[in-house]
Design a protein around this ligand. Structure first.
Ligand code: C5P
Length: 403
């Protein structure tokens, strides 16, 4: 099954590097081709000879090895594999990758690659829990990097906690899953809406909401990972566009609707944006002024177009699958079920966004999946895990309806 699949394995300098020859052997048993890059620090824990013996390939070590550069330059090396796996991934390589540093073969390759990247972190529990590392992990995840582990357990340094590299067989399973699902949505097109909208009052003021865009961006990344061609129509957020996703930045609900309509036809529409329900009917040309009379500006509101409902109810170019979100603060399932029927989307993902849940702006989400006559409670997951689950469900659904 994996006969023509090749991975590039970047081994960085953690004690867990000693497990990599075994991991390579297991990958080779699956017929997955493996080429290794070894950092200088990794060579303290594992030898190039052992890795080339088990992989049957040359092991790459130094950026300025002229022979390697003419034979197989670092750009070529990073692009000629189906997947790049960093294991063990030290705090250092994650920090470099998050910042875009490129001062050795491993980090240069990570910056130059256009292939999916997986990382198996391995480090001391305090280093893993440090805010710097956690921020780097979030940055990398938001760009589509998939983390394998780390596991919890005893560490080489004598401490206990999260930071142990995932076991070789778990790494092999994650790689197989990724190689096997790659392309599940190839040939399909999707629109994902994300973030808040800004509705102008005058040239300097606007109405907005607290949406971070994290869930919508994660869904765009997950669909793209499965080979889908994704247009992400996003309101203003702090986030960067996930890898391989076409980003269209908009401000208002009306811009969002226009951008969605321009990108039709698509197979899939996922409306995760927190679109403002109302806008100011007439935007003032100049900044509104206090005139000292104590009189308030008369801001008349007008209803915004409902993007989810208009895509769901389109008579021309209706996507094969339209998915909405329902952010509720009470009677979550009941309200979301009614919303799905009213807007006529196929599925709705309902979540409780009461401030105590920490969902708005946070990295986790507890959702219910609602379709016609169906409701599944999903466990509390990271927003990227919710996105991956949803993307796989979408792939399964489209496969089923097309067969
Ligand atoms: O009606 P409510 O805002 O709760 O519905 C939420 C769902 O509808 C989300 O999927 C959101 O993206 C979508 N929506 C929309 N356009 C609007 C309002 C909501 O696409 N104007």
């Amino acid at each position: 099954m994996y006969k023509n699949k090749n991975i590039l394995l970047i081994i960085t300098g953690g004690i867990a590097a000693y497990k990599m020859p075994e991991t390579v052997r297991r990958l080779r048993e699956q017929n997955i081709g493996v080429r290794c890059i070894l950092t200088k620090a990794a060579k303290e824990f594992v030898t190039p000879l052992a890795l080339s013996a088990v992989s049957g390939e040359k092991v790459y070590e130094d950026l300025f090895d002229l022979d390697d550069e003419s034979e197989m330059g670092h750009i070529q090396l990073s692009r000629s594999s189906d997947l790049v796996v960093v294991a063990p991934a030290t705090a250092d390589i994650m920090a470099k990758a998050a910042c875009g540093l490129a001062n050795d073969l491993a980090s240069t390759t990570l910056l130059a690659t256009d292939k999916p990247v997986m990382m198996a972190p391995a480090m001391n529990v305090r280093m893993w829990e440090h805010a710097a590392t956690q921020t780097n992990v979030q940055t990398l995840k938001s760009r589509g990097v998939e983390m394998i582990g780390p596991d919890e357990g005893d560490m080489a340094c004598g401490e206990f906690g999260f930071g142990r590299m995932a076991e070789p067989l778990d790494i092999v399973a994650a790689v197989k899953k990724r190689l096997g699902t790659e392309g599940l949505l190839s040939g399909k097109r999707a629109i994902v809406t994300s973030g808040p909208t800004h509705e102008p009052i005058d040239p300097v003021r606007y109405i907005a909401n607290r949406s971070s865009g994290k869930q919508g961006h994660a869904i765009a990344a997950s669909l793209a990972k499965l080979g889908c061609e994704v247009t992400l129509v996003s309101g203003p957020t702090q986030l960067t566009a996930p890898d391989g996703v076409h980003l269209v930045q908009i401000e208002s609900a009306r811009d969002m609707l226009n951008a969605c309509q321009k990108n039709l036809p698509v197979d899939i529409a996922v409306c995760a944006a927190a679109v403002a329900d109302w806008r100011v009917d007439v935007e003032a040309d100049q900044k509104l002024k206090k005139d000292g009379s104590g009189q308030m500006p008369d801001l008349k509101l007008a209803e915004n177009p409902d993007i989810l409902a208009s895509l769901s109810q389109a008579t021309k170019n209706r996507p094969a699958l339209v998915v909405g979100f329902a952010a509720e603060t009470e009677k979550v399932i009941e309200h979301a079920t009614a919303k799905r029927a009213r807007k006529q989307c196929d599925w709705i993902i309902a979540n409780d966004v009461s401030p105590s849940t920490g969902t708005f702006g946070g990295n986790e989400n507890t959702v219910h999946f609602i379709a016609k006559n169906q409701c599944e409670d999903w466990p509390r997951l990271s927003k990227s895990e919710v996105a991956d689950r949803l993307a796989h469900k979408i792939a399964d659904y489209l496969k089923e309806v097309s067969s």
